[in-house]
Write a protein that binds this ligand. Sequence first.
Ligand code: 13P
Length: 249
Amino acid sequence: MPKPLIAANWKMNKTIEETGDFISSFFSMVKDAADVDILIAPPFTSLSVASRLLKGTDIELGAQNVFYEEKGAFTGEVSPAMLLSVNCSHVIIGHSERRQYFSETDEIVNKKIKTARKNNLNVILCIGESLKEREDNKTFEVLEKQLSGSLKDVQMEGIDIAYEPIWAIGTGKTATPGQANEAHKFIRGWLRKNREGAEGVRILYGGSVTPENIESLMAEPEVNGALVGGASLKPDSFAKIVKGAKGRI
Ligand code: 13P
C-alpha cells in the first residue's frame, strides 16, 4: 500500500491572494510530514500561483475537475493538457457536488477518467450514497453502480477512490469510523473481484473530516487517507489533519 493521502478540496473558495497566504503559512507547518502524501486542489484560477509556490516542495497539486475532450469548442471547460501545464499531478473526478449540480453521470465520469489517465493525470474518483439511499439500505448497491459505471474499461493504475457519503459532506455529521470502514471494505472487495492492482488503490474518506476525528478514522484498516473540504481552508486546521493522519501510520 502506498503512503496515505490527505487531500484538500477547496471547492469554490479562495482568490489568488488567499491561496498565496494559505500556502506560505501551511508549508512550514507540515515540513516534517514525509510519511503522508499531501495534495491541495484549489479552484482553477489559483492553480498557476499554487504551482509556483509549491515548486520544490513535496506537496502535490490537483484540480477539482477536467473535461473529457482534449481541446476545441467547449466554452468554459478545461483540458488535461491545461492542467498538466500548471503542474497538476491529480484531478478530482465525480464529486457529488458535480453529480448533483452539474448533472454528471457515471458515463460522463467514466469519459473524464479515461481522458485524464490517457494524459497521465492521477485521478481521485469520488463516490458515495445519499441519506435516503443509506436509510433504504441501498448503500452497497449505489457504490457498486458508481464503481462499475465510472470505472468501465478502466485499469486502476493512477486511480485512488474517495468514499464521500453525501449526508456527511459539509454537514458536520461524519460517518462513524466503523461506517467508513464498512463502505471502504466493500469498495476494496469490489476492486479485488473486478480489477487488477486493487491493493495499490488508496481509499480516502471524505465528509466533515476535522482535526478532532481524523485519528479515529485513520485507525480503521481500510481508511487510507482523507479528502477534506471545509477543514482544509485554514492552514492550521489542515496541518493538524495531516499530523493526525501521520500519528496513525
Ligand atoms: P467537507 O469536509 O466540508 O464535509 O467536504 C467534504 C468534501 O466534499 C471533500 O471533497
